[in-house]
Design a protein around this ligand. Sequence first.
Ligand code: HEC
Length: 511
Amino acid sequence: MTRHMLQLRILIGLGGLFVGLAASAAAARGAGDRVDVIGVRVTDTAGRQHRIGVSEGTPQPAVLVFLDTACPVATRYVPTLNELHARGERNGATLYGILSNPAITWRDGADFAADFDVQFPVILDSSGDLALRLGPRVTSESFLISPANRIVYRGRINDRFADIGRQRPRVTSHDLRNAMDAMTLGARVEPRETEAVGCFHHTWNDLADADAADHAVTYSRQVAPLLAANCTECHRQSGIAPFSFDGYQNARRWSRMIAHVTSERLMPPWRAVHGFGEFRDARSLSAHQIGLLRVWSENGAPLGDPENAMPVSVRPPSKWRLGPPDLVLRMPESFDVRADGDDIYRYFVIPTGLTQDRTVVALDFSPGDPRVVHHANYLLDTQRRARAEDAKDAEPGFAVFGTGGFLDYNAWGVGGWTPGADPWVSGRDRGIWFPNGADLVLEVHYHPNGRATSDRSEIAVYFAEEPVSEYLDGLVVGTQDLTIPPGKDNYWRRFSMSVPAGITLTDVTHG
Ligand code: HEC
C-alpha cells in the first residue's frame, strides 16, 4: 500500500474519557495494582457472552465477586449483591458473580442462579482464568476494577460476617457499596483493601495437575466456553472464518491447529504485540488459556462429561448484532469480483435519503461475500462529488486509488470494518452528524480468492433517540501525495495539525 495517512477521530468538547493505553503487570493483585480484566471475553451460565465491564462499547467500572454455589457465606450475600447490581446498573458499573471452583459444574451454576434468584450475570470461570488474574483468597471476596484496569477496592462486601459462622446482627460498614458509589460518582478514590470472610478459594493454577479428575482439561468444561467466548463469533456456520468450531466434533477435528495458532498468537486475530500496553477492544488469550488448549490437544482432545457441557451456541437472532437497524444502506448494485488478478479498491455511492439531519450512534457492516471483502471504510460526501465520479463509467462504483484518493474531495471518514470487528458504538451522549442529503460512500477492498463472485455489502445505521452533547469528527493528518526519491532507504515526512479547541482523541487509524 502506498497510501500514508493518519486519520484521527477526535471528540470536540470536554469529556472525562479514558485513554485506553496502560502497561500490564504480571501477578498484580493488591488494591491499586493494574490487572487485565476489563474487556475479557467470558460466557455466563445462560450461555450469553460478555466482555467484562464493557457496556455499549465503553469500558466502565466492573465488580467481580467470587462466589460458591454451596458456601453459606457466599450464598448469604446474594440479596445484597442483587441490590448492588441494580445500583451499579443505574450508576454505570457492572457486577458479575464468578464461580471459579473447579468442582462446580455448569449445571450447579445454573441451578444456583435460579434457586437464589440471582439478578446479575454468573460467570462460570471454568478455566480458572479470572481467578488467576485476580487471586481471590475466599469466596465472597469482591474486586472493584476501574475502567483503566486498576483494582480500586478488594475485600469484603460488608461487615455482615465477623468470622466464619459468626454473623453480626447489623451491618455497619458497607465497604463495597461505598467504593462503588465513590467510583461511579467520580470522587477521588484511594485504593483500599479489607479482609473478606468466606470459604477458602481453590485454584486451578497448576497445570501439572491436568490429569487429576477435577483438573482434567476437557471440551465440555473448559474448551467449549473458551472457544465460545473467543473464537466462534467468527468460526461458525457462515461466519467470516474458514471453518466452524461449533460443537465437539468440529472443535476436535481442528484441535491440533487450535493449539498451534493460539500458542503462536496468530489467533484470535490481534496484531498488537503483547507487552506494549493495553488497547481497547483487544483480543487475546492469557498464557493460562493457551496452556489449557495445548494440554487438551496433547491429551487427545477429550470430550469430558457431555451432560455438564455449557450451552454455548446462543446466537444473536439477526445478522445485525445490535438488533434491527433504523436504516440499512445497501450497495445499489452487485459488484462482480473476478477470480484472479490484483486487489480491487472500489468506491460505491449510497444515497442516505435523509430528509433531515440525524445523529448516528452506532454502525455495523455485513459483507455481501465475506470470502472476498478484505475491509471496508465509510465516508460521508456532502457535496455529491462521488456521484459525478460514479457516472464516468457504466460499472458499479468507481476507482480513484492512485490518483490522489477520494479523501481529497472533502469527504470525511465515519467508520470502517475489518473481519471480526465488533459493531461500532459511539458511547454515551456522543454521536456522528449525518447531514440531510449526504451520500455515504463505501470504500471496499476486495481480495480475489480463486472463484468469481459478486458482492453487495450493507451498512446498518442506528440513530440517537435523544440529543447528544458531543460530536465525533474525523481529521486527516498526512497526504496521499507521497513520492519517495529513488534509492532512498530511510525517507521521512512529518505532518502535524493544530486543533482549534480542547479535544479528546478517541481513536487513530493508520491507512
Ligand atoms: C475476528 C474473527 C476471528 C476470531 C475471533 C478467531 N478467528 Fe481464527 N480465523 C479467522 C480468519 C478470518 C481466518 C482465516 C485466515 C486466513 O485465511 O488468512 C482464521 C483462521 C484460523 C485457523 C486456520 C489457520 C490458518 O491460517 O489457516 C485456525 C486454526 C483458527 N483460525 C483458530 C482460531 C481460534 C482457536 C480462535 C479463538 C481462540 C480464533 N481462530 C478466533 C478469524 C477469526
